[in-house]
Write a protein that binds this ligand. Sequence first.
Ligand code: PRP
Ligand code: URA
Length: 209
Amino acid sequence: MDGVTVIDHPLVQHKLTLMRDKETSTASFRRLLREISTLLCYEVTRNLDLTMVRIETPLEPMDSPVLEGKKLVFASILRAGNGLLEGMLDLVPAARVAHIGLYRDHETLQPVEYYFKAPEDLANRLVIVVDPMLATANSAIAAMDKLKERGAKNIRFLCLLAAPEGIERFRAAHPDIPVFTAAIDSHLNEKGYIVPGLGDAGDRMYGTK
Ligand code: PRP
Ligand code: URA
């Protein structure tokens, strides 16, 4: 599908299976999400531009590559996005972080915003938005609207699981934003849950419900 990358690395798929299993404990779910996020981070940053800098090794001077441009921004859609954020920061500790507080109303499935804090200069940075679940896409679309309103121009969206309906709606709303996911599941049920999915990501991460 155009603009959608499925990250089918065997370690990602193995860990995702463990996360889907309803017998997996809260502690294991959280640990697996952190582990899987480093693998996803590796893929979503795979084609970042590099620039050469002059350094001296203990043996001689050389030109060597470093990431080009300003530091990345990782934008976490609260709460569950924080599970992906942690592992991403393990790999890119200098990244700036934005927090977007959204929850979806269980009746209407519409996102309700309760918090937003992001670096000022979003226009000059690559923003990677993270949320484990892309279901109806209402939350992700609202998050992208907000980031664009604040000047972001170069955005990628990283999730763990997506519903085909969500991908279609997201791509229609934000065709300029590529989507990275570990799997595209079968469908959404009547309550807006991804099937077969893994349940409610936030509840499973934090042991709420
Ligand atoms: C979940 C998930 C996404 C959203 C996806 O969050 O983490 O943000 O639902 O659903 P959508 O694509 O239909 O909008 P939730 O609203 O349950 O909040 P939480 O992370 O605070 O638990
Ligand atoms: N949010 C979740 O956490 N899980 C779903 O299946 C859908 C939305």
